[in-house]
Design a protein. Structure first.
Lengths: 256, 277
């Protein structure tokens, strides 16, 4: 028991809870100088939160946003990981794709908003395309970087054990690039969450991004804060979840 | 004389097109079943020659034949045990799967694979560890996994690049003894690179002594006329080792006369070498 108490400061420090307390303090202090319509403090935000939860809108919005993020993100992975593997492994693919990648990765997804609406309609497809677009670049780039970090000795080992090029790709390139792929998966997810606001701002009637956007129309600054806190929390939890998964399932791949 | 296993003919290697040669005029013949050592100072090109024989590098000129056939690339007939097990093993596979890798590439089924793999794991003394992953093993155990992995694929030649260089002396001695035992049991041709003279004379039947690069050559080939197991304390072997050491020193200075330690020292060396050999 005594030992536990002795370790308590360390546990608190490691849990990261102090960062949250610090953030709350700064937020409270800053808000106390302003009117709650301009900058609502934690208390006002909490009141707003209760209000939207009670109306049932928030859960609806969260659910639809999560669905969109996960859907668009998975599509990004489906395209990004194989492309990244090829670009990382084969010089031809790299030289062909690199200029294109380095052009489009500087065009933010929001720049395509109107185009995607025109091409894919106002339904779900345009939003998913936007999220996919946002997530695919970090996935490609980090996967390719992960492939290029593979120690050439691994290939030598596999080839001197009888693997041909195809099998060394399957049995060395893919598993050995898991750390890079995983970084891409994480950054792709955060890019997806970031892009959801843009996707839901113009062409949606629900979702957390829509909540943030429309709250402005009602002068409900506290609801905007609820939306911001929700997105941050979702992202934080999702990243934690991914890292937890990796620490269990991908331990021997050196992903975490 | 047994059958010739590995042969190089007038082999040259330089990395740049017009650069100086790393290896120059290499002619070796390694007999089947021989335990052959490449001995040389660091950076003398012995690992380069090893990589050429393994098929990872192409010679700039000359021929390399294994079993009479020219080497065109890496292949399962030449198993390689790398210097750094962390680089060479597949950390996402457990010990058994690592050892099975070569058999999987040969298309063997799961059952056959497991049987052969377990036999190799047993042979290197890792029985009971087959379900562990490489990151749970010590450095010496990882090298044992590498040896088991190469043996399981049943290569004709086992190529080893300073495999015990990073191990503590005790582990190293244990693995050297183990390697001799495995070599005598399997009758494989072993090609072993080292810069450690006592390791060379403890293990090898023949020692190729490399001069320094550039233009590294095999300055001398020495036969080790001692039976196994050897005792490094044996006065005859101590004398022999000293002789090899002088030969190595002479070889290192072969291409760099400016670094000679003076005529007196060299004269002395020659005399004692004659006594020793």
């Amino acid at each position: 028991m005594k030992r536990k108490i002795k370790n308590l400061p360390k546990i608190i420090w490691k849990s990261g809870i102090l960062s949250w307390i610090l953030l709350l303090v700064i937020w409270t202090v800053a808000a106390s100088f302003q009117s709650p319509d301009f900058l609502p403090g934690p208390k006002a935000t909490l009141a707003g939160l209760k209000e939207i939860i009670a109306s049932g809108v928030l859960w609806q919005d969260i659910r639809i946003s999560i669905w969109r993020v996960v859907n668009g993100w998975l599509r990004g992975l489906l395209i990004g990981i194989p492309l990244g593997l090829l670009i990382g492994r084969y010089k031809v693919a790299r030289e062909l794709m690199e200029p294109i990648l380095n052009f489009f990765r500087f065009v933010p997804s929001i720049g395509f908003l109107t185009l995607f609406l025109m091409w894919f309609g106002v339904g779900e497809e345009s939003k998913l395309a936007l999220i996919m677009y946002a997530s695919v670049f970090p996935v490609i780039i980090n996967t390719a970087a992960g492939v290029q970090r593979i120690d050439p000795v691994k290939y030598q080992a596999s080839e001197s054990l009888g693997a041909n090029r195809f099998w060394s790709f399957i049995t060395v390139t893919i598993p050995a690039s898991v750390p890079g792929i995983f970084t891409g998966v994480r950054l792709g997810l955060s890019a997806s969450i970031i892009s959801i606001v843009g996707a839901e701002m113009l062409a949606a009637s629900d979702g957390v991004g829509y909540l943030i956007y429309t709250s402005k129309l009602y002068f409900r600054t506290d609801w905007i804060f609820v939306g911001i806190v929700t997105l941050g929390t979702l992202g934080f939890l999702a990243d934690r979840g991914l890292r937890f998964f990796a620490s269990k399932a991908l331990k021997h791949y050196g992903a975490v | 004389m047994g059958k010739c296993k590995i042969e190089t003919r007038d082999l040259y290697k330089s990395y740049a097109k017009c650069g100086e040669n790393i290896l120059s005029n290499i002619n070796i013949r390694i007999t089947e079943g021989e335990f052959h050592i490449f001995l040389g100072a660091s950076g003398c090109g012995k690992t380069t020659l090893l990589n050429i024989i393994a098929g990872f590098l192409k010679p700039s000129a000359g021929e390399i034949l294994v079993d009479g056939d020219p080497v065109t690339g890496p292949g399962a007939d030449r198993g390689v045990v790398f210097q750094n097990a962390d680089q060479a093993l597949f950390p996402w596979l457990n010990v058994q799967r690592n050892v099975e890798y070569g058999l999987r590439m040969q298309g063997q089924n799961r059952k056959e694979r497991a049987k052969t793999a377990l036999r190799s794991i047993e042979m290197v003394g890792l029985g009971g560890h087959e379900k562990k992953c490489p990151d749970e093993l010590s450095g010496g155990m990882k090298q044992r996994v590498q040896i088991a992995r190469s043996l399981a694929a049943d290569p004709n030649v086992l190529i080893m690049d300073e495999p015990f260089g990073a191990l503590d002396p005790e582990t190293r001695r244990g693995l050297q003894d183990e390697l001799i035992r495995i070599w005598r049991k399997t009758g494989k041709t072993i090609l072993f690179v080292t810069h450690d003279i006592s390791e060379a004379v403890y293990l090898g039947q023949k020692i190729s002594i490399f001069s320094s690069s550039p233009d590294s050559q095999i300055a001398e080939e020495v036969e080790v006329p001692f039976s196994y197991p050897r005792d490094l304390e044996d006065p005859d072997l101590v004398d022999f080792t000293r002789g090899v050491q002088w030969k190595l020193e002479r070889a290192v200075h072969l291409n760099h006369p400016a670094q000679h330690r003076g005529p007196v020292a060299e004269h002395k060396h020659d005399k004692i070498i004659d006594m020793a050999v």
